[in-house]
Write a protein that binds this ligand. Structure first.
Ligand code: ADP
Length: 637
């Protein structure tokens, strides 16, 4: 093709075209170029090729973008995307495509995204503020009804107060769910990575739910497979949240049987990483096949008629799914209507210890005979005892069979569930070398009767794997939920010393509430109505712990803390615990940065507040040795 043919083609092209010689001088520009650059072809001849202006320095000579003012005379610009091709004679052909409309679209999209981001952030800020505002009165409602329920009430007053308390608790769960959901929607789900013990994670979930399960006469059990490393790295609080949701649903939707929470591990392709697989299985009402697909969606409930019977928002599973996916994992459900459900999720987690470190415990050369009726407990004991490598395990739900086993194995350890122990304990326990009754936390009052029946010890359900092993091998000292009955005397535990507490709180109801909780535990409390008064109080008298509200008139909790910390002397080192209705992580950071030592979110359980106070009053070391597990501690200690 001759040059003229080429130029004919370029002549009709809708893209701007410049043809140059080897020195870069223009040999030809096409009509599109002339139109965009507002000058006839002759004007460009024998001049250096002109591309307009550049937004950035062109680093690539064969592909670059430039712009030129449009002919409209206003500030509008025409953007051109240039592509160069080199000629054999050293010249070049530049083709410029008009990309103005793409740029405009990109800009509009960027603007839209920024507006949406701003909108969702302000929605989140709004929800965070609202949830804070709602928590404060809820703290009053829950705390005061809690106090009321601890007082002498007749049956109908008790029912009414319980209804207020239950409704308040449901409202609190709803507020937490909505706040969480809005965080997820705004893309603000920050995941932490810290070391945690998977065994204590699943145990604490079961212990927290145990009172609810016991109330419905259900078993709740946990099992950690030996494949699971002793330490994992991940967001423990978020994993606990998912497990509490799934196991909480399990308890909610089950009438007979129970719930089991298990964790196992599989290798991934990445060294130092495993898939942690959590399973929450229940023997409840199950979920119809058609509903299984939808329940992970927001506000979905399997059967809207259930909603009236079972309270809930339908947000829990959706939140769980979002968190699992943010962790790079997946969640699913298998269920048969009328038989039960199994929710499982798998997340990749980095490990701190090698997989095999703890995986094959030495054989426990013992026979263990268990008499339990519940299939959930049966299965859990079987797995726990097998994982512990117990030489021989016999589990039955028949007292006569248990008796036969016991007679045949004189040195055996005998595990006997509460109901059987009450009925057949006197006959069975004396047959065993080591007879242990399995109790729910509320049945502790009957320990003396079991001791007289011939039992040697007890285990509190949900049974901790480590306690079970300890109890069978009798290796170590009794701990919190495994005890020898003969060591039980009526000697009262030494009471905690009387502490001096300073509370800075402007909300009168909350002040009355905290005062009642602290006084009931036998401590002295002074109340300061704002941060300034608190600073004055602490300057005048020593305190063991300061409880500090965040928002107060005149001087807020953060400023008061900074003032106290800068005062010098012993008073400036008094432990300060923030009492706040703000549930965001950044609030905790603000408190810590201001010099506070700990943080409790309103509404709080009285027991949790006291645990924190005692921990800080007894010094930091105690604090690290025994992390708070909230309710669980009350249940199993
Ligand atoms: P909520 O329980 O607050 O309604 P979820 O998102 O946790 O919200 O659960 C959504 C729905 O899934 C529940 O309302 C219930 O219909 C069904 N569901 C969840 N877990 C179970 C379970 N273990 N057994 C039976 N149905 C369940």
């Amino acid at each position: 093709m001759s040059r003229t043919d080429n130029q004919n083609l370029l002549h009709v092209l809708s893209e701007a075209a410049i043809l140059t010689d080897a020195r870069g001088f223009v040999r030809y520009v096409n009509p599109t170029y002339c139109r965009i650059f507002h000058a006839p072809a002759e004007e460009w001849q024998q001049r250096h090729a002109f591309f307009g202006e550049f937004e950035t320095e062109q680093s690539d000579k064969s592909h670059f973008t430039s712009f030129v003012k449009s002919q409209r005379g206003d500030d509008a610009k025409v953007y051109l995307d240039w592509q160069a091709s080199w000629m054999p004679d050293g010249g070049a052909l530049y083709l410029g495509r008009d990309v103005t409309s793409n740029r405009k679209q990109d800009e509009a999209l960027r603007e839209m995204a920024a507006t949406a981001e701003e909108a969702s952030l302000s929605k989140m800020r709004f929800l965070a503020t609202m949830s804070h505002e709602m928590r404060t009165p809820l703290n009053g409602i829950l705390g005061m009804t809690g106090l009321l329920l601890d007082s002498d009430l007749d049956a109908s007053q008790r029912t009414h107060a319980e209804a207020v308390h239950d409704s308040g608790t449901a409202l609190l769960a709803l507020i937490n769910d909505i706040l969480d959901y809005s965080k997820i929607e705004a893309g603000k789900l920050d995941l932490e990575e810290t070391a945690f013990d998977p065994q204590s994670l699943v145990q604490s979930v079961c212990e927290l739910l145990s009172p609810r399960a016991v109330h419905k006469d259900l078993e709740i059990t946990s099992y950690v497979d030996p494949s699971v490393p002793a330490r994992l790295l991940g967001d423990e609080a978020r994993l606990r949240q998912i497990l509490l949701n799934l196991a909480g649903n399990g308890v909610k939707f089950t009438e007979t049987g129970g719930v089991s929470v298990t964790v196992s591990a599989e290798p991934t392709k990445v060294p130092g990483q495993v898939f942690a697989k959590f399973e929450v299985r229940d023997t409840g009402i199950g979920i119809p096949a058609e509903a299984q697909r939808q329940i992970f969606e927001e506000f979905a409930q399997a059967d809207s008629s259930h909603a009236r019977k079972f309270e809930g928002t339908g947000l829990g599973l959706s939140i769980a799914q979002h968190i699992v996916e943010a962790m790079g994992g997946e969640i699913s459900v298998e269920s048969v209507e009328g038989e039960g459900s199994c929710f499982s999720f798998r997340v990749p987690l980095n490990t701190m210890t090698s997989r095999h470190e703890d995986s094959t415990p030495r054989e426990i050369n013992q026979t263990v005979i268990a008499l339990v009726a519940s299939s959930v407990l049966h299965e859990s004991l079987e797995r726990q005892l097998t994982a512990a490598n117990v030489r021989k395990v016999e589990i039955t739900d028949n007292a006569e069979t248990a008796m036969r086993f016991l007679k045949r194995n004189s040195g055996a350890t005998f595990l006997c569930d509460l109901a059987f122990a009450a009925q057949f304990g006197t006959r069975l326990a004396p047959q065993a070398a080591n007879a242990i009754v399995l109790l729910s936390p509320v049945a502790r009052g009957r320990l003396e009767a079991f001791r007289r029946a011939g039992f040697h010890g007890y285990l509190i359900k949900p049974i901790r794997q480590s306690s079970l092993v300890e109890r069978i091998t009798n290796r170590s000292m009794p701990n919190r939920n495994v005890q020898r009955l003969d060591s039980l005397t009526n000697k009262p535990a030494p009471g905690p010393r009387k502490l001096r507490i300073l509370l800075a709180e402007d909300n009168q109801i909350n002040a009355v509430l905290a005062t009642a909780i602290v006084k009931r535990a036998g401590h002295h409390i002074d109340v300061a109505g704002n941060g300034k008064e608190a600073v004055e109080n602490i300057a005048n008298a020593p305190y063991d712990v300061i409880l500090m509200d965040m928002h107060m008139p005149e001087m807020d909790g953060l400023d008061a803390t900074r003032k106290i910390r800068s005062m010098g002397g012993a008073a400036s080192e008094t432990p300060i615990i923030a009492l706040t209705a703000n549930a965001m992580r950044s609030d905790r950071e603000n408190c810590m940065n201001a010099g506070m030592d700990d943080f409790i979110t309103k509404p709080f359980e009285p027991g949790d507040l006291l645990t924190l106070i005692h921990r800080w009053a007894d010094g930091r070391e105690g604090a690290e040795a025994e992390p708070a597990v909230g309710l669980a501690q009350e249940v199993s200690s």
